[in-house]
Unconditional design. Sequence first.
Length: 89
Amino acid sequence: MAGQERKNCNGDDNASADEIEPTEEQNEENICEEYEMLDSTLDELNSALDYLERKNDDIHEKLKELLQSNIDIRQEMRNENNMDTSANN
């Protein structure tokens, strides 16, 4: 109804019980509950995404370390091969 104050989701009730029809009040409560459930679900999704992002960062860092280790080992092998080749000549 136009101009009528409504109960908001945080529990503030500016209208008297006579002014709001029971079905309207129930609908508002249902909407508030749905928003709270949605908010909770979004919080859970955000936490899951944060966890996945941390795991991805860890995997990326380990991959970089593995690649650097591989580069170092290959360089050492080349150096050893060059030394062996020089010693044989």
